[in-house]
Design a binder for this molecule. Structure first.
Ligand code: ZN
Length: 471
């Protein structure tokens, strides 16, 4: 029966860490119950229960929407929703919400309100005209259960270098059970599962007994300020699920992430006299090494559950901008970094550590730094976040999953950040991530396993029944 097709059966002893995350696996189907390779288990989940007759009805109604979900996902992937262009995707979300009989409400980004909030991440770009979209599905037949936020982000990262893609990254391509394209994994598949769950329940004529807020937010990939804006607009609930594509797992713990730029000034001049000039590019290289040393220190003694990872804290040198002429010694170099930190570390602490490492490294070779290097902040200023694995939300979502699939999901920690910390820290809303199985996020050939999109929607449908109640 289509409603109960789990991920294709393949040997169960294949470790999940061998799959997913940013890697593209080569098999035609992921291992059964595979989850993202960037995650490790934090606790044993509760045992599986039995499907009730109305569980089956819900799962089947949602499975009926498989073709609808594939088509919706393709329409979303076809829109380039990189930073500043999110509106094209939000238009598709609005149309879909209206088609489902819900009323989409715009939650515009308010730069001043965001900048005044302690959980906001700094930004120096224009957010004017950018809108989050929220629809509230309200009880028709009396209130009774717990309220819920189902959240996904519409923004995607750049597909560059496009030359490495076999096909246009913004044209969805289905091959077998996989849908390819930028955003197919991270995370238009998750938004699709949310909408597929709502459609299936509504097709059965059901409505929740507590409000369900469906959110499509901007700027998850750089600040989290889109989700923060929904909190500022007053959206709250007893729990939230973010449908990030981590597979057969519930993410209960995540690291924090800070973005920073290091600006180095050199002494520009003619390359023929380079002995007397100072190259900002070459002065920047030892600073990268100094930050690698900070990364190594942070990885030396990780607290649980991050002690189960080989390399929980990653420093990424994401971009370098310097120079504009091969015969000119470059006068300025701006290097953009991302570093992670454990839950419990404050943004101020990690920033102080970065600034100290840069200052110490510059002091070693004063001739290379005519002006002290400057550290600037824009983008993520995100602390880590965790929900206790024995939280009611985790138990209830695990139970819905286990009833449907026969085995409980893994409860995991991740070495990335998500908007869970925004809803959790700023909104006080217990939040976990749960979504489809996907591969190649932020990479080339990003793809999602389509059966897992349906499966995620089915588990969400059962969870809505349990958590909110349906009538
Ligand atoms: Zn994401």
């Amino acid at each position: 029966m289509v409603g109960f097709t789990a991920l294709d059966p393949v040997p169960h002893d294949v470790g999940p860490a061998a799959y997913a995350g940013s890697q593209l696996a080569t098999g035609v189907a992921p291992p059964e119950h595979a989850y993202a390779g960037l995650s490790v288990p934090v606790a044993a989940p509760p045992a599986a229960g039995e499907m009730a007759p109305d569980d089956r009805e819900i799962a089947d109604a949602i499975a009926e929407g498989r073709a609808w979900m594939t088509e919706l996902l393709a329409r979303l992937v076809d829109k380039d929703t990189t930073l500043g262009r999110e509106e094209a995707g939000q238009a598709v979300v609005r149309e879909t919400l209206s088609e489902l009989g819900l009323e989409p409400v715009d939650v515009p980004m308010d730069a001043a309100a965001l900048r005044a909030h302690p959980v906001a991440s700094p930004f120096d770009w224009d957010v004017g005209g950018k809108r989050n979209v929220v629809a509230t599905w309200s009880p028709l037949d009396g209130f009774g259960g717990l309220s819920l936020i189902l959240n996904g982000h519409i923004d995607v990262v750049s597909p560059e270098p496009r030359s490495q893609w076999a096909r246009d990254p913004f044209t969805a391509h289905v091959e077998g059970d996989w849908l390819y394209g930028r955003g197919a994994a991270d995370m238009k598949c998750g938004l699709t599962s949310i909408l597929g769950a709502v459609k299936g329940l509504r097709d059965l004529g059901l409505s929740p007994r507590a409000p369900v807020h469906i959110q499509s937010v901007v700027e998850e990939e750089c600040t989290g300020n889109g989700s923060l804006q929904t909190v500022l607009a007053g959206y709250a609930a007893d729990a939230a699920i973010i449908a990030e594509p981590f597979g057969a797992a519930i993410t209960t713990s995540q690291v924090g992430v800070v973005w920073f730029d290091v600006v180095v000034q050199g002494l520009p001049g003619h390359a023929a006299q380079s002995g007397t000039m100072v190259s900002a590019i070459e002065s920047s290289l030892p600073l990268i090494q100094a930050l690698r040393a900070v990364e190594a220190e942070l990885n030396a003694s990780p607290p649980p559950p991050y002690d189960q990872f080989e390399h929980p804290i990653s420093l990424n040198v994401g971009q370098i901008h310097a120079g504009d002429w091969n015969s000119t010694v470059p006068g300025e170099c701006v290097t953009g970094f991302r570093i992670a930190m454990y839950p419990g570390t404050s943004v101020a602490d990690i920033r102080a550590r970065i600034e100290r490492a840069i200052a110490d490294a510059a002091a070693v070779n004063p001739g290379a730094f005519l002006v002290a290097p400057e550290v600037r902040y824009r983008g993520f200023a995100a602390e880590g976040y965790q929900v206790p694995p024995d939280h009611l939300l985790v138990g209830s979502l695990s139970s819905a999953y286990a009833r449907h699939l026969g085995v409980p999901p893994a409860l995991v920690a991740t070495t990335g950040t998500t908007d869970a910390r925004v809803l959790g820290a700023a909104g006080g809303i217990p939040t976990v991530c749960f979504g489809p199985y996907a591969e190649g996020a932020h990479g080339v050939g990003e793809r999602v396993y389509l059966p897992s999109v349906v499966q995620t929607a089915q588990v969400m449908g059962l969870f809505i029944k349990d958590w909110c109640g349906v009538a």
